[in-house]
Each structure stands twice: as structure tokens, then as C-alpha cells.
Design a protein around this ligand. Structure first.
Ligand SMILES: Nc1ncnc2c1ncn2[C@@H]1O[C@H](COP(=O)(O)OP(=O)(O)OP(=O)(O)O)[C@@H](O)[C@H]1O
Ligand code: SF4
Ligand SMILES: [Mg+2]
Length: 329
């Protein structure tokens, strides 16, 4: 049996004295989607940049990041450059800042193809670039290939970004908020496209998102991040049907749903602490209605819970009972 596609364990990331991410464990299997969810600033993008080997050298990264069993942490940049694009690729939230405004769509696609296929003939290159535009369902690809990013709509630009990411048929695709800059209809189309590509290519997908609704629709597994740590992780059905961490519960309760009226929406009180003011003990305690003395002193570990997930909460089993009672009241 071949090794799992991506396995991250004990990942800790520090900018100088400030620890941004601590002890993150997650994995992505072939053809599966992992949703990574959390409030702005909780460490999602930094985690993705660490996996891609794109953090600046002065940032301290420890733990383990294995792609198909091969350790990536500590490998030289040249080795990581050889992997990026080819075996793992990424797409970002804002295609306007990731695409090069002075290069045509065709030039950017051929550049991506050439990085890993230096010897491809010019005609084959053009054909490959057109095929990629067709793959991401861009109409009139012969015309689009000559255009520049500013001539395309936001949705088209995101499709071009996805085409570039697919240029070398990666095994793992990491999408960091790929649709937040787009309107709702286009968001749905882009998510559909990602799902289709994933199914066709048996690719592993790591989807970073604020949007629990999107993650619930397409992910197999979900990891909820709070203040640089994973607070709950497991199969999406288990986490959504039976959240065991009060933060997860709050996120789900604040999710607008057709079967819930707006006045039942719950907001999580307070806000994410800054890096410098993260509290002792459970990082969520200043915002948690279930907090007890022990929560202010002892940081809970991510432990298995009855739903089949893992949650980092001293009262994962008792708090969830109260949450259920409240939700049904
Ligand atoms: N280069 C850097 N130097 C110092 N701190 C940084 C740097 N980059 C990010 N951070 C800090 O690391 C924390 C995590 O940032 P990150 O960008 O990973 O958050 P995020 O979860 O992706 O948020 P968002 O949802 O807004 O994209 C933030 O507090 C941020 O200020
Ligand atoms: S450990 Fe305590 S403060 Fe933290 S989430 Fe659980 S109950 Fe709330
Ligand atoms: Mg981010």
C-alpha cells in the first residue's frame, strides 16, 4: 500500500518569538477533500504556506510534513521547487494579485507547463495550454489565450488560476479561500469545477475556507482551527452532526440555513485574541460559556470523542450535551 498523500504532524510555526501555529496534525488522502476552517488570523494560510515550503527562511517551522511518506521539512528549496506545481499545487483567494498583469493568459500557462517540461515543442505547448483552458471550461479558449488578466471577469481569472495549478497534473491541490472574492453564483461554479477536477484526477484537495457551508457541502473531513491550533477534527458528518468543541458548535450555530430563521443565529461572543495576547490554558476560554477554572490553567489536547472526531476541550462530552439542549430549546 502506498503512503498517504499528505500527512502533517506536530506542525509548529513561529515568527520570531511569536508562535503562530502550534502542533497541527492533519492529513489528506487521494480523491478526498479536507476542509480547513477558522476565523481570520487563526493560521490557515500560514499552515498552507508551510506545506508548500513557501514561508521565508527566518520563519521557524518544526514538526513533520510528509508527501507520500517523504519528509518535506528541512529539504532544500531546489527540491521543493521541483515538487511545487508538479506534485502539489495551490490556488489563492485573489487571482488578480496572483496572476501576472503584464503577461497574457497563454504566456502564464506555458510558463507553468515549461517549468516541469522544458523540452516540449512549441506547437505541443500551445495545444497543452488550450487543453487546460478547455479543462476549466473557459469558453472561446483560442481568444482567451491571447488576453490579459484585466480583460477577464473575476470568475474567468479564477478559472485561469486553476488551469495553471492543473498544468502538471498535481496529486495534491491546496485552495486557499478560492472563491471569497467572487459573487455567489460564480462561487458555486468554481466549487463545482474543483469537485469535477478532483474526481476526474483522483486528486487530494485541501480547501481553506471561512465558509462552513461550502466545506459541509464538499469536504470529506474537516479541521477547525482556533488561534493557531486545531480544536476539532474529523469526518465532516460527525463534526457537523455532533460538534464536540464549543467553538465548532458556535460556528455551526451561526451558519445561516434554510431550515433556521435568522433570529436564531448565534454569534460567538468576543473576538480572536492577537498573537501576543493568546490566553493561558484553553485558548478559547475567554469566549466560552462553559469555561471552568481548569480551562484557564490547562491547555486541552485533541482527544477522541464519542462522535468519532477529535476535540480539544476539557468538557467535550458534557459541553456538547448542554449545547444540544440549548439548540433544541
Ligand atoms: N510574515 C508574517 N510575520 C508575522 N506574523 C505573520 C506573518 N504572516 C502572518 N502572520 C500572522 O500569523 C497569523 C495567522 O495568519 P494567517 O494569514 O495564516 O491567517 P488566516 O487564518 O489565513 O486568516 P485569513 O482568514 O484572514 O486569511 C496572523 O496573526 C498573522 O498576523
Ligand atoms: S476547554 Fe473549557 S474553555 Fe475550552 S472550549 Fe472546552 S469548556 Fe470551553
Ligand atoms: Mg488566509
Amino acid at each position: 500500500m502506498s503512503a498517504p498523500l499528505l500527512e502533517v504532524s506536530g506542525l509548529t510555526i513561529a515568527f520570531g518569538a511569536l508562535e503562530v501555529v502550534r502542533d497541527v496534525n492533519l492529513s489528506v488522502a487521494d480523491s478526498k477533500t479536507l476542509g480547513l476552517v477558522g476565523e481570520s488570523g487563526c493560521g490557515k494560510s500560514v499552515t498552507m504556506l508551510a506545506i508548500m515550503g513557501l514561508l521565508p527562511e527566518h520563519v521557524r517551522v518544526s514538526g513533520s510534513i510528509k508527501l507520500r511518506g517523504e519528509e518535506l521539512l528541512g529539504r532544500p528549496q531546489s527540491a521543493l521547487t521541483a515538487l511545487r506545481g508538479k506534485r502539489m499545487a495551490m490556488i489563492f483567494q485573489d487571482p488578480m494579485t496572483s496572476l501576472n498583469p503584464v503577461m497574457s493568459v497563454g504566456e502564464q500557462l506555458t510558463e507553468a507547463i515549461l517549468i516541469h517540461n522544458r523540452t516540449l515543442a512549441r506547437r505541443d505547448l500551445q495545444e497543452r495550454a488550450l487543453a487546460l483552458l478547455r479543462l476549466v471550461a473557459i469558453p472561446l479558449p483560442e481568444r482567451r489565450i491571447l488576453q490579459y488578466p484585466h480583460e477577464l471577469s473575476g470568475g474567468m481569472r479564477q478559472r485561469v488560476m486553476i488551469a495553471i495549478a492543473m498544468a502538471n497534473d498535481p496529486e495534491l491541490l491546496i485552495a486557499d479561500e478560492p472563491t471569497t472574492a467572487l459573487d455567489v453564483t460564480v462561487q458555486a461554479q468554481i466549487m463545482e469545477l474543483l469537485q469535477r477536477l478532483q474526481a476526474e484526477r483522483q486528486m487530494g484537495l485541501m480547501l481553506i475556507s471561512h465558509d462552513l457551508g461550502v466545506v459541509g457541502d464538499i469536504a470529506d473531513d474537516v479541521a477547525i482551527m482556533y488561534a493557531g491550533r486545531i480544536c476539532e477534527r474529523g469526518p465532516v458528518d460527525a463534526v457537523f452532526d455532533s460538534p464536540h468543541h464549543p467553538y465548532t458548535h458556535g460556528l455551526l450555530a451561526s451558519l445561516p440555513r434554510i431550515d433556521r430563521t435568522v433570529d436564531k443565529l448565534v454569534a460567538i461572543p468576543g473576538s480572536l485574541p492577537s498573537l501576543a495576547t493568546r490566553p493561558e490554558g484553553c485558548r478559547f476560554h475567554p469566549r466560552c460559556v462553559y469555561a471552568q477554572d481548569v480551562c484557564r490553567r490547562v491547555e486541552p489536547e485533541l482527544e477522541p470523542v464519542s462522535s468519532g472526531s477529535r476535540a480539544a476541550c476539557h468538557f467535550a462530552e458534557t459541553a456538547v450535551v448542554s449545547q444540544r439542549a440549548e439548540a433544541s430549546a
